[in-house]
Write a new protein. Structure first.
Length: 187
């Protein structure tokens, strides 16, 4: 935990946090506006697995991959997933540092509050696990097993839960930060 605190303290200058935040969200916008729609045009309106926060089952995966066809599955593998292999790292680091930035501003960059900085790192880890599961399923399209689908779906659900928990904590941190700033100005 000391190494995490040290890493955060060394990297939470406002400019660095802002730069990482902007870069992360440029990649996210690229996925939302280009790579995801570019893949979904082959899906007959079905959502991609990464975009299903409550998970999916074997039947959905086989129906989606059949609907995508060879070109859609290849597009998923070669266009969407490569960008989504960059995003979890950026998300984990930038949002970890963003939380650290706000924690430092409210004098709470210590235990137990520092654990909030772990949420985006955990989210990034499960996003990678989800991506690896999707890659394995796409590469073994005709031999997908229900167990692989369940495991990958569990990664998707955990990613979604930790993402939600993180953004709730970020909103709370921002509210506390803003309240302290307002109180400081009125004092």
């Amino acid at each position: 935990m000391r190494k995490l605190i040290s890493f955060i303290q060394k990297n939470i200058s406002g400019k660095k946090v802002l730069l990482l935040f902007v870069l992360t969200n440029i990649i996210y916008a690229l996925m939302l506006t280009i790579t995801i729609p570019g893949t979904m045009k082959f899906s007959n309106g079905m959502k991609l697995l990464d975009m299903m926060p409550t998970g999916y089952d074997y039947n959905y995966v086989t129906e989606l991959f059949t609907s995508l066809g060879d070109v859609g599955r290849k597009t998923y593998l070669t266009n969407q997933l490569p960008v989504d292999m960059i995003y979890p790292f950026l998300f984990g680091i930038s949002y970890c540092l963003l939380s650290g930035y706000f924690l430092k501003k409210i004098n709470r960059l210590k235990k137990p509050f520092i654990y909030l900085c772990l949420l985006p790192l955990i989210t990034g880890l499960f996003d990678y696990l989800e991506n690896f599961g999707i890659i394995v399923m796409l590469n073994n399209y005709t031999e997908i097993t229900p167990l692989l689908v369940k495991i990958t779906s569990a990664f998707t659900i955990i990613k979604s839960i930790t993402t939600s928990a993180y953004f709730i904590s970020l909103v709370v941190l921002f509210i506390v930060f803003t309240a302290k700033k307002i109180n400081k100005k009125t004092s």
